[in-house]
Design a protein around this ligand. Structure first.
Ligand code: DHB
Ligand code: FE
Length: 278
């Protein structure tokens, strides 16, 4: 049987791609963020997941405003990283976990989630950066299932619905008959706003409360509407919806294996957390 062995949530600032390429992990600006990962890689060495289910938002590489699904899932044999305009070098393609993808997709549709099914899908920095942070050699030892959440075209799926999507993904994984250790990733946030009068907006108090809720009260953020979340976390801070999907996959108690928070990386309050189900 498939089993969720951990949940990794992390920010995904594109400039990290350049920092990785230029080997700036020990540079004083970048170090406080990259220092969040050695302990997580030690955990990975011990636990050795087989499959990653990555919940993230596309930023206009695979979906743009002309075609923007609320929720989409990849069922492809591989996922290609392409230049999305930030000047970040691309990464080797990511093998797809096709059987698990189709299983989750079927289960979600039967569970009333109208997923867009993508048999081809380009993946942007929100998918690729967490992978490169976990496996810096970029030789992927896992297969992937990408799950895309719209965080760009309003109205967004509500926080409540995102959490429920996570619960439904968790049920689907638990019902997958093959043996597999699954790591669920939630990529995005925390507070940041890239444009307009509030460009540079960060809300440390909200972020710390949200991080605490991920451990102790995972449905806390489901009280907020999409507009509330913009007010509290900035226009792009709403990416924390991906954290809620990921946390929803293990709705019970979790243990924090590692946690890191640093302001700012580029325009973003950058956070990383790793949880194990208990
Ligand atoms: C930044 C953060 C993001 O989440 C993103 O998608 C693009 C840029 C930033 O802080 O620069
Ligand atoms: Fe983003």
């Amino acid at each position: 049987m498939a089993k969720i062995v951990g949940i990794l949530t992390t920010s995904h600032v594109p400039a990290l791609g350049k920092a990785i390429h230029l080997n700036l992990q020990q540079d004083p600006y970048w170090k406080p963020f990259f220092d969040g990962f050695p302990a997580i890689r030690e955990w990975l060495d011990q636990v050795r997941p087989d499959i990653v289910v990555s919940c993230y938002n596309d930023h206009g590489l695979n979906f743009f405003l002309d075609q923007q699904p609320t929720f989409a899932i990849g069922t492809a044999p591989e996922y290609v990283s392409e230049d999305e305009g930030w000047g970040i070098p691309t990464m080797p393609s990511f093998p797809g976990a096709e059987d698990l993808s189709w299983h989750i997709r079927d289960s979600l549709v039967r569970d009333d989630f109208d997923m867009v099914t993508c048999q081809e899908m380009l993946v942007d920095h929100a998918f690729t950066l967490p992978m490169a942070l976990l496996w810096p050699e970029q030789k992927w030892p896992v297969k992937s299932v990408p799950v895309c959440v719209n965080t760009v075209l309003f109205p967004l799926p509500s926080a409540r619905r995102c959490y429920r999507l996570g619960e439904a993904i968790g049920r689907a994984i638990a019902a997958f008959p093959e043996d597999a250790k699954v790591l669920v990733i939630g990529s995005g946030g925390l507070s940041h706003q890239l444009e307009g009068e509030r460009a540079g907006f960060i809300n440390k108090e909200f972020d710390l409360k949200f991080m605490d809720s991920m451990v102790n009260d995972p449905t806390w953020a489901t009280q907020f509407s999409d507009v509330d979340l913009v007010e509290q976390t900035g226009n792009e801070g709403v990416e924390l919806l991906n954290w809620l999907v990921a946390r929803g996959t293990v709705p019970g108690a979790v243990r924090v294996v590692h946690s890191n928070f640093h302001i700012p990386i580029s325009n973003t309050a950058a956070a990383t957390m790793l949880f194990e189900p208990v």
